[in-house]
Design a protein around this ligand. Structure first.
Ligand SMILES: [Zn+2]
Length: 130
């Protein structure tokens, strides 16, 4: 009887979790952000910092939503955009520009002064300072 119920519960859990997205780097960052905000909110309980403990729900709920999402493709794209954003922040050797013709992102070496850039996608040339 109890064994039967447990089996049913297990089946239901497996059904519930199958096809869900799960966790990735973006979710870890969201959870880390939520934790940091909660700590800030707890430390500054009697000051304006206390709003942080409310703000912490935003990344928390977002990460839970992403984890249980069935739209795997959209979640993967979000994570890829997030990783790209961070690798650019860390990249001290290149500049990133958007091509004025087609919005394609173009990466060029940093510290070369004013250079003419040719978009690899549409061939448009534009001048930027690096
Ligand atoms: Zn272009």
């Amino acid at each position: 009887m109890i064994r039967d119920m447990l089996q049913k519960f297990k089946d239901a859990m497996i059904r519930f979790l199958s096809g869900r997205y799960g966790s990735d780097k973006l979710n870890l960052a969201l959870l880390g952000g939520a934790l940091a905000l909660m700590i800030l909110g707890a430390v500054g309980r009697r000051s304006w910092l206390s709003v942080c403990s409310l703000l912490a729900y935003v990344p928390l709920i977002w990460s839970i939503f992403r984890m249980y999402s069935r739209n795997v493709e959209a979640r993967r794209r979000e994570n890829a955009a997030f990783l790209r954003f961070f690798s650019r922040l860390k990249d001290r050797e290149h500049c990133y520009f958007h091509c004025p013709g087609c919005r394609q992102t173009v990466r060029v070496p940093r510290g070369r002064g004013k250079i003419s850039i040719r978009c690899p996608k549409c061939g448009m040339q534009f001048i930027k300072k690096t």
